[in-house]
Design a binder for this molecule. Structure first.
Ligand SMILES: NC(=O)c1ccc[n+]([C@@H]2O[C@H](COP(=O)([O-])OP(=O)(O)OC[C@H]3O[C@@H](n4cnc5c(N)ncnc54)[C@H](OP(=O)(O)O)[C@@H]3O)[C@@H](O)[C@H]2O)c1
Length: 254
């Protein structure tokens, strides 16, 4: 069936991608910083799908050298990758307020959220083009569609991921390679706990929240259909056309 690389596979959406792509018979290369969590995900996958080969790569994608190291270790094994899920991500420092961390922390965040994704596409998509088959899911967010005050890194990085995916989808059109930006809304994962945002999460209506299983299913289905932008969740699909209208922008001005 082939091999899938999944970044940010130690938790949340990435761990769910591992399960759903293993169910399709793909071998897995799982990337994240926390080896113990990657091992847990790998063991859970192998318990359900013993025939699937799982390789773990520890890597920090906020470091500029990591995508090349990942690509090198894949090519050393001789495995051809035909499925890439650029999923690793987090909230980061606030662009203006968080001065004390120094520019290098901001730079590292932009590397994680944009440069590493771009470099993995740059390094891995040509093999897919040569094979005439490939699937790439870049996990963005509906936050990439709505400019918000105080959110000055996260939303713009996700807007970049959407734009990158749309441009790549057009570039490889007709070559058997599908590229999608997956745009979830609020999703139950570790994301908000890691960011210290559990109070915010608990104060929000439950109808805004979706499960990781549904988001990942939407992403896999969307890339198979060749959709360049996949908005997950019925509510967010309905809201999506309004998100960039001048009226919606007024709502988010404060
Ligand atoms: N949850 C939501 O509401 C939501 C909504 C829209 C979009 N998203 C996007 O969905 C993607 C997955 O997030 P999630 O919700 O599944 O969050 P999560 O449960 O916190 O998982 C984040 C994953 O990213 C990895 N990661 C973070 N920083 C990394 C780094 N520097 N290098 C390598 N891996 C790193 C983490 O692994 P390690 O810590 O082990 O490195 C973890 O596996 C992100 O791109 C996020 O922006 C989430």
């Amino acid at each position: 069936m082939g091999t899938a690389v999944i970044t940010g596979a130690s938790a949340g959406l990435g761990a769910e991608f591992a399960q759903q792509l293993a169910a399709k018979g793909l071998d897995l290369i799982l990337v994240a910083r926390r080896r113990d969590k990657l091992e847990d995900v790998g063991q859970a996958v192998n318990a359900a799908y013993p025939q699937v080969s799982v390789t773990l790569i520890e890597g920090d994608l906020s470091k500029t050298e990591t995508p090349a190291a990942i690509a090198d270790s894949i090519s050393a094994t001789g495995v051809a990758v035909h499925y890439l899920v650029n999923n690793a991500g987090a909230t980061g420092p606030r662009m203006l307020e968080d001065q004390e961390v120094g520019w290098s922390a901001h730079q590292a965040y932009l590397t994680l959220m944009m440069t590493s994704i771009t470099e993995l596409c740059h390094r891995l998509i040509p093999t897919m083009q040569a094979a005439g088959y490939g699937r790439v899911i870049n996990v963005a967010s509906v936050a990439g569609r709505i400019p918000r005050a105080g959110d000055s890194h996260y939303g713009p990085t996700k807007a970049y991921v959407i734009a990158l995916s749309e441009a790549l989808a057009l570039t490889v059109k007709g070559q058997g390679v599908n590229v999608s930006a997956l745009c979830p809304g609020f999703t139950h994962t570790d994301f908000h706990a890691t960011a210290g945002m559990l109070d915010m999460k608990q104060s929000m209506p439950s109808l805004l929240w979706y499960g990781a299983e549904e988001v990942v299913r939407d992403g896999i289905r969307g890339v198979e259909k060749g959709q360049a932008v996949v908005v997950s969740g019925r509510l967010y699909r309905w809201l999506h056309p309004f998100m960039q209208s001048v009226w919606t922008r007024r709502l988010f001005k404060g």
